[in-house]
Ligand binder design. Structure first.
Ligand code: SF4
Ligand code: SF4
Length: 481
């Protein structure tokens, strides 16, 4: 993404000094001074051009292609094993693959299995995938509300989440049942629902909150019930005011605080600042608690889930509907008709491009995900997977293809790193062929948010340097095993 100079006061750590660890009353009292929309994380961050206006007013439309190709690897963890063969007939929602841990993959459309073979994959380059040609039946599954769903035990709810194939739909694709299976000694007091959507261009979560606020809120309730907490904060950046109002109205209408399992649910506005949607940054912004380096949110009493995942949890528990579709933002100046589309998993990018009117001008980059953390695609015949939040068709004016230069020691990357790492040093050691000397500069903590690359005046691909160093450490660990 093309770099923009930060306005004064937006670079570097802010001066509030919320840096102490854990949920102390002292930190919370600092947060209480803050006005709505002033909450944010203390260190670093940037405010890139948002570009959300391209799709913010686009209501979610449905699109069903004539075929889907469903990869068996769509989550962090072991790949699923195909359970169908060529020429099998499947119905929407049928199990078509299952991983050794029980995480399932389902048919996104009804039809006939055309192939089970290796196909292009947006993350893994290639993967085994099941191609289904659409052939709707007379009795298409409708997934109606199941009676008594609110009284289901936590164990049954968790089982439905696992068998429904739920993974983090914000992009992480971490299996949801694993995140919600807490160790017996965990002391969780708060559920955070992540409605930040801090990546530029993306509006799929915004539209979901706006159009289906009740389902997001009820989904959050199911998660709170599963993990047994009575407090839930929904964090939304202050550039999404209509979604905030929709969520607040839904909480009131549904009377979440007076359900059989009451939950005190609050929508909290945060400052619009990237990467507010990263777990540890959101936790700090909303509660003042700081997750230890390489630690987990549950160490500070918190579980975080994305809004689309909360929505999918409700569908799995209330309607027995597995993850067979998702909302994807198709945007960028290089697409003729930017849209928010609910599409079956396995829909090809090429089919989406055609449905959105084709290219608009010279497209120099296609990304799966947002411009900060998304992946460049080399092949448009890759499918939408569960973790695909956006597809961006970017023109030359939206990307930076300039060659990079030497580090000039300006320190801007140090100012914006939310973790206080030293990407400049890592990049230099990698260039010198000494990637295994970078741990001291924090390379193993880097979560590849891209803030450092964005601000570097020498256009240095700092995230890629971090990735090279991390790969060197991974290879070293493997060779020692
Ligand atoms: S990509 Fe890594 S080093 Fe760069 S700002 Fe983000 S966390 Fe820091
Ligand atoms: S890597 Fe880039 S941003 Fe960081 S100090 Fe060097 S020139 Fe400045």
């Amino acid at each position: 993404m093309r770099r923009k100079r930060l306005p004064p006061g937006q670079k570097g750590a802010d001066a509030r000094g919320i840096t102490s660890c854990a949920a102390t009353g002292q930190v919370m009292s600092v947060l209480l001074w803050l006005k709505p929309g002033e909450r944010t994380f203390a260190r670093g961050g940037i405010h890139p051009a948002e570009h959300k206006e391209l799709t913010a007013t686009c209501a979610i439309e449905s699109f069903v292609p004539s075929s889907v190709t469903v990869p068996v690897s769509q989550s962090l963890g072991p790949a699923a094993k195909p359970l169908v063969e060529k020429k099998d007939l499947v119905k929407r929602g049928d199990v078509i693959a299952e991983a050794p841990d029980g995480l399932r993959i389902h048919a996104p459309i009804s039809g006939i299995v055309k192939n089970v073979q290796r196909e292009p994959h947006p993350v893994l380059v290639h993967d085994t995938a099941i191609t289904i040609l659409a052939k709707p039946t007379d009795d298409e599954p409708e997934f109606p509300e199941q009676p008594g769903w609110m009284e289901l035990s936590r164990e049954v709810m968790l089982e439905k989440i696992k068998h429904g194939g739920l993974v983090g739909l914000g992009g992480a694709a971490f299996p949801t049942y694993r995140k919600l299976t807490l160790p017996p000694d965990a002391k969780i007091d708060t559920l955070l629902i992540n409605g930040s959507e801090c990546e530029p261009y993306l509006t799929c979560d915004y539209r979901l909150m706006l159009e289906d606020a009740e389902k997001v809120v009820l989904g959050a309730w199911t998660i709170a019930r599963m993990i047994g907490v009575n407090r839930c904060l929904i964090g939304v950046e202050d550039n999404k005011q209509p979604a905030v109002e929709a969520l607040r109205a839904a909480i009131e209408r549904l009377g979440i605080e007076s359900l059989p399992f009451p939950v005190a649910m609050e929508v909290v506005l945060t400052e619009t600042k990237y990467p507010q949607g990263a777990e540890r940054q959101l936790i700090e912004a909303l509660t003042g608690r700081v997750v230890p380096r390489r630690g987990l949110p549950l160490q500070v009493g918190i579980v975080v889930q994305n809004v689309a995942t909360a929505y999918a949890c409700l569908e799995a528990i209330r309607n027995d509907k597995p993850v067979i579709d998702r909302v994807v933002t198709v945007s960028g100046l290089g697409i003729a008709q930017p849209k928010n589309l609910r599409v079956p998993i396995g829909t090809s990018i090429a089919a989406l491009l055609e449905h959105c009117g084709g290219f608009n001008g010279e497209v120099v980059k296609v990304l799966a995900g947002g411009p900060m953390m998304g992946r460049a695609l080399a092949d448009l015949n890759v499918p939408v997977v569960k973790g695909t939040s956006g597809l961006l068709f970017l023109t030359r004016s939206e990307t930076n293809l300039d060659r990079y230069g030497a580090c000039i020691g300006c320190g801007e990357c140090l100012d914006v790193c939310p973790l206080g790492l030293e990407p400049n040093k890592v990049s230099q050691y990698v260039e010198w062929g000494r990637p295994l000397e970078t741990e001291v500069y924090g390379v193993l903590d880097c979560f590849e948010c891209g803030c450092c690359s964005y601000v570097c005046p020498s256009n240095r691909p700092l995230v890629q340097f971090m990735q090279v160093a991390k790969t060197a450490y991974r290879n070293q660990a493997r060779s020692r095993q």
